[in-house]
Design a binder for this molecule. Sequence first.
Ligand code: NAD
Length: 441
Amino acid sequence: MNLGVIGSGYVGLVVGACFAESGNDVVCADKNEEKISTLKRGEVPIYEPGLKELIAQNVRGGRLSFTSDLAQVVKFSEVIFVAVGTPEDTDGSADLKHVLEVARSVGKQMNGPKIVVMKSTVPVGTADLVSAEIKQHTNFPVEVVSNPEFLKEGSAIDDFMKPDRVVIGAPTVEAAEIMRELYAPFVRTNNPILVMDVRSAELTKYAANALLATKVTFMNEIANLCERVGADVTSVRRGVGADERIGHHFLFPGVGYGGSCFPKDVRALSRIGREAGAQMEIVESVDRVNTAQKMRLVEKALTHFGRDGIAGKRFAVWGLSFKPRTDDMREAPAVTIITELVKRGATVCAYDPEALQVAHDMFAKLGGGIQFASSAYDALNGADALFIITEWNEFRRPNFARMNELLKTPVIFDGRNLFEPAKMNRLGFRYYSIGRAAVGI
Ligand code: NAD
């Protein structure tokens, strides 16, 4: 089938490459011409494991190409996937300007019947808006399907190729059938394709993300309580997760969730609820508690160094991306933590295996407050303490003797509970983590 993907970011590129891999002819478009030139040169503008190879393979096979010409994509495609950004608007709602801009362009370029598939995460009722916008500009029939994307950055290709489920909100049986055919190669182990009405599909995406964000946030709140009452969150987590009804996923305490989805989707769901007259009390508090959680390590540092003791200190930071295996720093806890440390007069030397370039651009406004190191150990040189913010694998088994030697004072604020407190105590570190007692002198 001839497919178009509009928006060649984290989602669009994975969707395009995976559908090409299953034999479709795919054209990916983006209005960012620099991004398209990069892709045409055979480079991939983001870091996602396996994506570069998958794209190269399908470009070589003649099934995948890139363009900044939207008209070309619309004319070429029977099914058009929309994967543009839906960032947060000033009032917390999802900003639909990119989506509606695409709808307008699609409407103007229609040359026959089409199916338009919403991959972007959009509020309930958006498919209707998109359909109305397209129909203002064409008389060709169009069906707008909601097919929310559940991939996770860092394992996006696997998630797309072997989805837990595929959710399809289709306005007609015919549109649902075409979607089933497209996804058939990815559900050969009988993972379900769940066909439902369009609005339910739109809401499913927000409900899933908000529930996951709630699980993380609930456990962070329990971790904070553990510190107060002398319990150990690792034991509590294991005890809770062993209940089959709860499960072990998303129970690891930390410095708050970030990324391009949970924060904005939680806030957009609150907004959807308010507009519909159904206030989302739980969802609203999840956002509040998470915002506070991002400051937990800074609070620990303030307790350790004293309220005025941070000024003039030099801190090492390990991990900048919002989670491992991605270079995505949107709403990453590292941004909040580093900005606060620099605001309080500290300097930061940060290292991340993949996000250094993104961080460099993002932190340009902090001026001299932040430097970047080319290795985890380089970052430690002469630092008054280390902050661990992202749990990249390479941080899990470091050379502690070398760390101790490089740090000016052996103090660690670990936002991901990577190490055993008793061991850190033995090794001579002052070690703070989340939901467990601080150790060391
Ligand atoms: P992204 O910012 O990485 O990519 C979006 C792309 O759309 C950009 O390259 C941008 O230039 C392009 N674009 C914007 N307006 C355009 C237009 N008018 N014409 C052509 N291209 C245009 O965003 P993303 O992370 O891929 O997310 C896309 C959507 O998918 C969002 O709604 C997001 O919530 C949702 N989503 C993201 C993830 C994720 O893990 N990133 C997972 C599931 C769902």
